[in-house]
Design a protein around this ligand. Structure first.
Ligand SMILES: Cc1cc2nc3c(=O)[nH]c(=O)nc-3n(C[C@H](O)[C@H](O)[C@H](O)COP(=O)(O)OP(=O)(O)OC[C@H]3O[C@@H](n4cnc5c(N)ncnc54)[C@H](O)[C@@H]3O)c2cc1C
Length: 488
């Protein structure tokens, strides 16, 4: 006999668990179905483990540079096993906490692969098979890494980010195909702990979804930690031996390394039986390879793609996160909009509200911040200069530099810049991009500044703080930066 619920959520990543908890808070009876570990990609093989390793690598950098700040640390070195154990403990502890949180909201967890068998009906396959009946269904099944057929994953020498987070030893050398967010973050981890890292990016710049200056500034900094960056070239073929991979690029250049990490992006993933049963309308294979959505609406994001109705294409939704099937919503990576955990959180809020009888919608994806945890970090929100040019917006920018910021000098982290984009016609602040230490922590504050038409004197930035860089750039966008000499 089927167990009955108000809402059943398939997938327990940031999209799925957030939607489930919100629905429960609104008084619904909720089921969540998960085929692997609670927490999804983000907690188990994404955001959290990668940031744990990056934090250890960052400490090593600080220790190595401590002498510059008058602190002598003799021969700081990596304990890779300890780094891994610490990362695993953070993931395991958070997973346990999350499972407890879900249960404390009286949400029933079903362990197994869930798929829709008929309208309002879900089957769970696995060691504890089950039948579920739900008035509403939310699909939050996430995404998987994209493969390059000529450089196919073997899980040993040619790996995805999942294996890269769990290597048993530090490889002598690593080629990273793809200079997007995941590729650049992995490069920072491995170069810092001692691998010889080469990034290969097909576009003219790494982080190709950001303005050109961002990729160029980051390239300069990555080179300083020994990373080779090859841009404008594609990997074409590979030859494998037991301990090595020889990679050929399209122009005939060859490079060898112990490991090749393919991180050219992720693609939406959904059980094809669910797609078929519900005759779900799909969007074309939209992946996160080269760009992030900066469209103003889900509809605009949808138009960017073509339908093939198979795994790898994204489920089509409207701005209420409704799919083409009645009473079925889809959120997170499976809809191919942001490929970000906080994008999934946002969509979860909207789907939960609507599944429980409300009327919520997502208006502007460009307001979802983008954050890259490299050395130095990159963060942006709203329209960048590239987007303004594409849209024919007459804009001006305000700039400020970390080397002129007191706290950055104190921390010996003086690389970077903040740029604030002002629409000259409306006078509104419409975009902010920052490269520098701790900018991922400042991007929520930057988001709050968007839409303002004048500098707000009442907002007092504590002094000295790194966030004063944002204030300076913002004031500069209006031509009144306190610490910038008058422009001639
Ligand atoms: C290395 C790496 C680093 C990242 N870093 C960041 C970051 O710093 N910040 C950020 O915002 N994003 C980051 N991301 C992206 C982020 O992890 C994803 O955008 C986010 O996890 C998407 O959430 P989701 O809920 O849509 O899907 P997921 O987190 O992928 O969760 C989907 C879940 O559904 C389950 N599932 C799938 N099919 C079924 C089924 N049929 N039945 C039952 N369960 C099923 C899966 O097992 C999975 O647990 C990173 C990704 C990677 C790979």
């Amino acid at each position: 006999m089927a167990e009955k619920f108000d809402v059943a959520v398939i997938g327990s990543g940031p999209g799925g668990y957030a939607a489930a908890i919100r629905c429960a808070q609104k008084g619904g009876t909720i089921a969540i179905i998960e085929k692997e570990q609670i927490g999804g990609t983000c907690l188990n093989r994404g955001c959290i483990p990668s940031k744990a390793l990056l934090a250890s690598a960052h400490i090593l950098t600080i220790a190595k540079n401590a002498s510059l700040m008058g602190v002598e640390i003799e021969n700081p070195k990596v304990n890779w096993n300890k780094m891994q154990t610490r990362k695993d403990a953070i993931v395991a502890g958070s997973g346990k906490g999350l499972a407890g949180l879900i249960q404390s909201n009286k949400i029933k967890i079903f362990q197994g692969q869930g798929f829709v068998t008929a309208k309002n009906k879900i089957a769970v396959e696995g060691s504890n098979p089950a039948q579920i009946e739900a008035k509403k269904i939310i699909i939050a099944t996430g995404s998987v890494p994209i493969e390059i057929p000529a450089v196919a994953f073997d899980g040993k020498n040619i790996i995805s980010s999942t294996e890269a987070l769990n290597l048993s030893h530090i490889p002598k050398s690593m080629i990273i195909i793809g200079g997007g967010v995941i590729g650049c973050e992995m490069a920072c981890i491995y170069a810092t702990v001692g691998s010889k890292v080469t990034i290969i990016e097909a576009m003219p710049n790494i982080l190709p979804f950001e303005d050109e200056w961002v990729g160029q500034l980051l390239t300069r900094e990555l080179k300083k930690i020994g990373i080779d960056v090859i841009t404008g070239k594609k990997a074409a073929a590979c030859e494998k031996s037991d301990s090595n991979v020889k990679l050929s690029l399209e122009d005939g250049q060859t490079i060898e390394a112990e490991k090749v990490l393919v991180s050219i992006g992720r693609k939406a993933f959904c059980d094809s039986r669910t797609i078929k049963t519900l005759s779900l309308e799909m969007n074309p294979v939209r992946d996160n390879k080269s760009d992030r959505p900066d469209s103003e609406s889900t509809e605009a994001a949808s138009k960017a793609v073509v339908s093939n109705g198979m795994n790898g294409s994204a489920i089509k939704v409207n701005e209420k996160m409704q799919t083409s099937a009645a009473d079925v919503y889809a959120i997170g990576d499976v809809v191919g909009t942001t490929y970000l955990a906080h994008g999934a959180f946002l969509e979860a809020e909207v789907a939960a509200e609507n599944a429980m009888g409300g009327n919520a919608c997502i208006k502007d994806y460009s307001l979802v911040p983008r954050a890259v945890y490299t050395f130095p970090e990159v963060a942006s929100v709203g329209k960048n200069e590239t987007r303004c040019k594409q849209m024919g917006i007459d804009y001006t920018i305000g700039r400020a530099f970390f080397k002129a910021n007191g706290r950055s000098l104190a921390h010996n982290e003086t690389t970077g810049e903040a740029r604030v984009v002002r629409d000259k016609k409306t006078n509104e602040i419409i975009g902010i991009t920052m490269v520098g230490a701790a900018v991922t922590e400042m991007i929520a504050c930057a988001r709050a500044l968007l839409g303002n038409k004048e500098p707000i004197c009442e907002i007092s930035f504590a002094h000295p703080t790194v966030s004063e860089v944002l204030k300076e750039a913002w004031e500069d966008a209006f031509g009144i930066s306190l610490h910038t000499p008058p422009k001639r």
